[in-house]
Each structure stands twice: as C-alpha cells, then as structure tokens.
Design a protein around this ligand. Structure first.
Ligand code: NAD
Ligand code: TYD
Length: 351
C-alpha cells in the first residue's frame, strides 16, 4: 500500500506528509517540482526515513507520472500540487493555467490510463483525492449564508478560476470515465511551513524585521481560517470514508476580518517577543487593494461533520498561538526561504 502525494514539499502537502507518518507506516511517494513554494527543508525530519520517497518532477510530465504509477502502484493519489498565491496569479496567470489546469489534466489522464488496467478490486479501492479551495465559490455578501457544497462556482481571480477548472476536470473524469475521485474545498489555512507571501506568515516575519505590515484596502475582507493540521485530518477522513464523486467543504467556523488577524498576530508578538520600539501595531500600513479582491469567504462544514464526524481540533486562539511560536522557534527556516527570488517578489508586489 502506497500513497502518491503531489506538491508534498509545499505548505499543506508537507504538513500532510509529516502528519501522516505520525499515525501510519504506509509509504508516500512525494512528487513535487520544487517551485519557489516547494521546500525540502520542510521534510528534513524525514531524511533517511524509508517510508518517504521524494521525486523532483512536474505533474505535467506524462512520462514521469506514468512511470511512477507503474512502479509504485499507489492505492490513492492526493493531489496538492498547484500554484496557490492569488497575487502572483494577478501578475502572471500563465503558470496557474499550466500547473493547475493542464497539470491536473495530465495527472488525470495518466491516472485513467493506468487505473483502467488494474484488476477489479484494486480499481474499486483506488482514490484520486483532489485538494481544492473555497475560493472557487467567489465572494459572499456580509450576511449571506456560508458556502455549502452546492453553492454555484463563481471564481474571481486567475488562481480561483484555475482551481475551479481543475475541480470541473476531476468531476468530469468521474462522471465520464468512472475514475474514483473525491474533492475537498477548504478555507484559508495557516500554520507551520507557510510561505511568507501569504497574510499570516508575512505579518509575522515583517513584524519581527520591523517592516511595514501591509493591509490591502480597508482590511475588512473576511476569511474563514483553519489550522493546517485540521485540514490534514479532514483529508485523512475523506480519503478513508468520503463517498465517491462527492465534494466536501472544510472550514474552521472561524470568520475573521484581515485587520483582526493582523491585530491578533501583533498582540501575540507583543507578548512573546516584545519590541523595544513599541507595540507591533505601529507597523500597520494600509496599501492599495488587490484587484478583484473577494470580500468574504465562509465555509459551511456540516456535511463532512455529519458524514465523517470531522471537526477541527484547534480553535483560532490555540492555532494562531502555536503558529506564531513556531515562527519564533524557526528563524533559520524563515531565513532560508527568504532567498533572492523571495526578495524579488516582495519588491514587485509592495514596491
Ligand atoms: P504551496 O504553494 O505552498 O505549495 C504548492 C506545492 O506544489 C509546492 O511544493 C510546489 O513546488 C508544488 N508544485 C507547483 N507546481 C508544480 C508542478 N507543476 N508539479 C509538481 N509540483 C508542483 O500551496 P499550499 O498552500 O500548500 O496549497 C496546496 C493545495 O491546497 C493547493 O492545491 C491549493 O490550491 C490548496 N488549498 C490551499 C489553501 C491555503 O490556504 N493555502 C486553502 C485551500 C486549498
Ligand atoms: P492570502 O493569504 O493571500 O490568501 P487568499 O487571498 O487566498 O485569501 O490573503 C488573505 C487575505 O489577506 C486576503 O483578503 C488578502 C489579504 N492580504 C493583505 O491584506 N495584505 C497582504 O500583504 C497579503 C499577502 C494579503
């Protein structure tokens, strides 16, 4: 029994791989192209661990995917690999189409060809688990009910449009070819190994460096934050018991405006690493808003709870404290990812 994980050197994928081996000895083949967002340092604790095989490669490389499937005969594919940052998708949508749409298509086609040749038992037991986002549903009005699995797709950014396209491909491969798929649509994650281009880690590393904390527009945009370990436990639950062809929304029942998030991060840093220059909120700066910025996301996670008994283990208070502490304890990791490429991005985005 083996799992094939794509994108397992990124933020959520590496958390998934690390968490998996806490409770299972089932091997993982980890296929990751190591883009700027992929980081083998996330997996350093698995060095020499025979359960983990890392393969540097692209999900769009059909010959490579064919050979990995033939060699390792996985009982499931967990598809995390994607370009994932909305702001980067605004500056350059091409990579998002190439990986998220074309790459998912190639992965599905390779999987279909290999899966079609399996015996009846292996064929029925196989799962293609597609990891997606709540952003495919678009923006909610302040008083609108949270996204259920039947909410109409209305993506507004190149990133969310590319993820929506990949969701549709996965759905179609199930309906047309019978491929045994499940999809999870999760809200914003936070936690260890989060690349510091996204809101929470960016605010932590900027505050510690005494740099401005850039809030887009009025900062009243709402996201539904979930600790990454809870996303990983939801994926394990859906992999084990999710119904074929179904989608499951995953969220933390934790809607917060961006300004509130930034104030919480500042307050934790004031407590854990006070600055001689005064409270970290002094660094908050309102900057030009993101084009097409979705105002609110909120997840109705009742389906996964009712069918699979999943609920988040962390509250926002416990999860954000662990996260801030993790960044304080891992200054080397932060320095490592703040490479030349990272600095070029920060210059492009924030001037
Ligand atoms: P990430 O950007 O941190 O990591 C993506 C990983 O995919 C990296 O390791 C990268 O090297 C790899 N990758 C990119 N292109 C590849 C390619 N062509 N072939 C092979 N590997 C490639 O992203 P993340 O935040 O860990 O997100 C993982 C998945 O979860 C994505 O599909 C994303 O859409 C989804 N998701 C993310 C969030 C969130 O809050 N971060 C929320 C819901 C869903
Ligand atoms: P982000 O972490 O990029 O996730 P997403 O856009 O996928 O939700 O951003 C979270 C929210 O924080 C989003 O409303 C944009 C906002 N934001 C800022 O205000 N300033 C920043 O520097 C960043 C990166 C994000």
């Amino acid at each position: 029994m083996t799992l094939l994980v794509t994108g397992g050197a990124g933020f959520i994928g590496s958390n998934f791989v690390l968490d998996w081996f806490k409770t299972s000895d089932e091997p993982i083949v980890n296929l990751d192209a190591l883009t700027y967002a992929g980081n083998l340092a996330n997996l350093a604790s698995l060095a020499g661990d025979g359960r983990h095989l890392f393969v540097k490669g692209d999900i769009g490389d059909r010959a490579l995917v064919d050979s990995l499937l033939a060699t390792h005969q996985p009982r499931a594919i967990l598809h995390f690999a994607a370009e994932s940052h909305v702001d980067r998708s605004i500056h350059g949508p091409g990579e998002f189409m190439r990986t998220n749409v074309q790459g998912t298509f190639t992965l599905l086609e390779a999987t279909r060809a290999w899966w079609g040749g399996l015996g009846p038992e292996a064929k029925a037991g196989f799962r293609f688990h597609h990891v997606s986002t709540d952003e495919v549903y678009g923006s909610l009005a302040p008083d609108a009910p949270a996204f259920t699995e039947t909410h109409a797709y209305a993506p507004n950014s190149p990133y969310s449009a590319s993820k929506a396209a990949s969701d549709h491909l996965v759905r179609a491969w199930h309906h047309t070819y019978g491929l045994p798929v499940v999809t999870t649509n999760c809200s914003n994650n936070y936690g260890p190994y989060h690349f510091p281009e996204k809101l929470i880690p960016l605010m932590i590393v900027n505050a510690l460096a005494g740099k401005p904390l850039p809030i887009y527009g009025d900062g009243q945009q709402v996201r539904d934050w979930l600790f990454v370990g809870d996303h990983c436990s939801a994926i394990r639950a859906v992999l084990a018991g999710g119904r074929l062809g179904e989608t499951y929304n995953v969220g933390g029942w934790n809607e917060k405006a961006n300004v509130e998030i930034v104030h919480t991060v500042c307050a934790l840093l004031d407590e854990l690493r006070p600055s001689a220059a005064g409270p970290y909120t002094r660094l908050i700066t309102h900057v030009t808003d993101r084009p097409g910025h979705d105002r609110r996301y909120a997840i109705d996670a009742r389906k996964i709870e009712a069918e699979l008994g999943w609920r988040p283990a962390e509250t926002f208070e416990t999860g954000i404290r662990k996260t801030v502490q993790w960044y304080l304890d891992h200054a080397d990791w932060v320095a490592d990812v703040q490479s030349g490429a990272y600095r070029a991005w920060v210059d492009k985005q924030y001037g």
